[in-house]
Design a protein around this ligand. Structure first.
Ligand SMILES: Cc1cc2nc3c(=O)[nH]c(=O)nc-3n(C[C@H](O)[C@H](O)[C@H](O)COP(=O)(O)O)c2cc1C
Length: 339
């Protein structure tokens, strides 16, 4: 099997789960697979070889899946022709993106509103791509009434793996994920199903696997907050105890991000935006009042940003860094993404 049972993989996340972040995870304890952020293919865009080469190099020995998003078989065919030349493990098809300008064009999550188009696309992909094919989907568009039909369609399409983000497209990333749908998918599908959505710690990975009987889990936001989560999960599975990283380790992680993304070579505004995007997640586990989060978000310069980090992380550097977020705090990476 291309993903070990009870494995944990890193989610695809646009502008976040990129090669520099994979290089960091490879040092801290890698996941069982990397999934690239989506590559949107259309009539005028074919996936580019240098991008695939960089991704493969950064993934190193960790199996790499490339995610495509699109609704034209002709465009998908052109990109798949390029992908076939590379030793990627599999192809992941995006059927969940909730961004309006994407789903309104019947792409990403919009495909859940047009199951006959989805069926045609999956049949075409299955014919074109003989290596493992995964579909990343949600429990419905704005309700779950089609959930059974969606499962039927995936089963008939002979895919090899599915990741279910247990929310509807309209839910975006908010609200409690409805893992009971993962249970249904894991029960009915002949292929492995990965559970996704707000799985935040080793404890919650274990709970979701026990509750849903899913094959494994996909982690997104929690991996930015806690890049040690994959090694913690591996230790837990091997019945080994693990020590929590300290606030000093968190400070070092932020410095590693700065270097890995080569932010010293970028303009101040770009570098600051990138650091804030990641540190938004880290801030969820620093202090319950959210003071660090607030001060970091409003830092006007890199110099202020680093002095906020030093003040909150290096004054008591040996304090253990919680592997759970404070539930009342929220990360808004997209504010920085757009800013
Ligand atoms: C900023 C951002 C970018 C994302 N980009 C992608 C993407 O490119 N492809 C995809 O399938 N999902 C994408 N997602 C969804 C995540 O892969 C994942 O399904 C979602 O964050 C829920 O998992 P989590 O709670 O573990 O983060 C993105 C999510 C966020 C917040």
């Amino acid at each position: 099997m291309f993903i070990p049972e009870h494995g944990a993989v890193l989610a695809p996340m646009r502008a976040l789960t990129q090669p520099p972040f994979w290089r960091i995870l490879n040092q801290y304890g890698p996941p069982d697979a990397y999934f690239s952020e989506f590559v949107r293919v259309h009539e005028n865009y074919v996936i580019e070889p240098p991008w695939i080469e960089e991704a493969l190099q950064a993934a190193g020995s960790v199996p790499l899946w490339i995610q495509l998003m699109g609704n034209s078989l002709k465009a998908l065919t052109a990109s798949i022709r390029v992908l076939k030349r590379y030793p990627i493990v599999g192809l992941d098809f995006n059927v969940g993106c909730p961004v309006p300008k994407i789903y309104k064009k019947q792409t990403g999550g919009g495909l859940l509103k047009d199951l006959s188009l989805l069926k045609t696309l999956l049949a075409g992909l299955r014919e074109l791509w003989t290596k493992p094919l995964c579909v990343k989907f949600r429990i419905g568009f704005n309700s779950t009434e089609d959930f059974d039909k969606i499962l039927d369609l995936l089963i008939e399409s002979h895919i090899d793996l599915a990741t279910l983000h247990a929310r509807t497209v309209s839910d975006l990333y908010k609200g409690q994920p409805r893992y009971e749908y993962v249970t249904q998918a894991a029960h009915r599908c002949p292929f492995p199903v990965l559970a996704n959505g707000s799985i935040e710690s080793v404890e919650s990975i274990e709970r979701v696997i026990q509750q849903t009987h899913c094959w494994g889990v996909m982690l997104g936001r929690s991996a930015f907050r806690n890049p040690w989560i994959f090694s913690q999960w591996k230790s837990f599975k091997a019945n080994q105890t693990f020590t929590l990283p300290t606030l000093m380790d968190v400070y070092q992680y932020l410095q590693d991000l700065f270097l890995a993304f080569q932010l010293d070579k970028k303009t101040e505004i770009t570098a600051l935006g990138c650091m804030k995007r990641f540190t938004n997640f880290v801030g969820l586990s620093i202090d319950a009042s959210g003071t660090f989060l607030e001060k970091m978000r409003t830092a006007p310069t890199l110099k202020t940003f680093w002095s906020v980090c030093k003040r909150h992380l290096l004054q008591q550097p040996n304090t253990p860094y919680s592997d759970k977020p404070f539930p009342q705090l929220h990360a808004y990476p997209n504010k920085e993404l757009q800013g």
